[in-house]
Design a protein around this ligand. Structure first.
Ligand code: MG
Length: 248
């Protein structure tokens, strides 16, 4: 007769076997190529860069952007640039490629950045091969939250950011009710999970963070390339109804 110990042991073996049969979660780097690389802008998207020109961008002072455009990409040399279109809540997609800078270290190695509303920077850096990325490494909400895992591809490979941005909420007299929130997928891997950004972490481009803002791309003195940049504005909330109605 099977003893209680044997029964428990058998159960553990069965559980272990079922766990082992699960596919590995995509959380350990380096991953393969991004599943959203080359993703076409969906209906309702505002295309900021389609590989042709900088018509949708200016320098921070409003003058024309001067980043180099070649081979369907723009390169981050010529000062920070901002999109002319602004957004509140939004889904943002962009692709970027790190330069190969083997002699550069730390923050000098392929530094750029993507600032949501020009206020909240998601770091762009060559952090490929770093075991445990820090708050200044690629994928960090700069100086606030390190990436959960290192999802970086090597230099000279295209990478993706898919960012769900929730703008801060303000009351009628502009008191802060809820901080901004960010979820970030890098190359299809969740690296920021709905983090609350407790302050502006990029030099604020204007004094009023309750207003919509642009996408800002940072020039940090490194030739980082960008392409396929677009965002989809998101409504602040869905319906108040429990069930909807069908038309016809
Ligand atoms: Mg940066």
């Amino acid at each position: 007769m099977m003893t209680r110990v044997m029964t428990v042991a058998l159960l553990l073996v069965v559980i272990a076997a079922s766990v082992a049969a699960q596919p590995a979660l995509p959380v350990a780097g380096p991953p393969g190529a991004s599943p959203t690389l080359g993703l076409a802008p969906p209906a309702g998207a505002v295309v900021l860069f389609d590989g042709k020109d900088l018509a949708k961008w200016t320098r921070m002072d409003g003058n024309p952007a001067t980043w180099k455009v070649a081979d369907g990409a723009m390169t981050s040399v010529g000062g920070d640039i901002r999109s002319q279109d602004t957004f509140g809540d939004a889904y943002v997609h962009l692709e970027w490629m790190e330069p190969d800078m083997p002699d550069a270290q730390g923050q000098a190695r392929g530094n750029s950045g993507v600032a949501l509303q020009g206020r909240y920077e998601v770091q762009v850096l060559d952090s490929f091969g770093i075991d445990v990325p820090g708050k200044g490494d690629c994928g960090a909400v700069y100086a606030q939250y390190a990436a959960l895992v290192n999802a970086c591809r090597p230099p000279l490979e295209w990478q993706t950011y898919d960012i769900i941005f929730r703008a801060p909420r303000y009351g009628a007299d502009k008191q802060l009710l809820e901080h901004a929130r960010l979820t970030v997928l890098q190359n299809g891997i969740v690296i920021q999970n709905n983090v609350q950004v407790t302050g502006l972490n990029y030099p604020p481009m204007d004094a009023d963070p309750s207003t919509p803002g642009p996408l800002l791309l940072q020039d940090h003195g490194c030739p980082v390339q960008y392409r396929n940049v677009w965002f989809v504005p998101l409504p602040e909330k869905g319906s108040e109804e429990y069930e909807g109605k069908r038309a016809g």
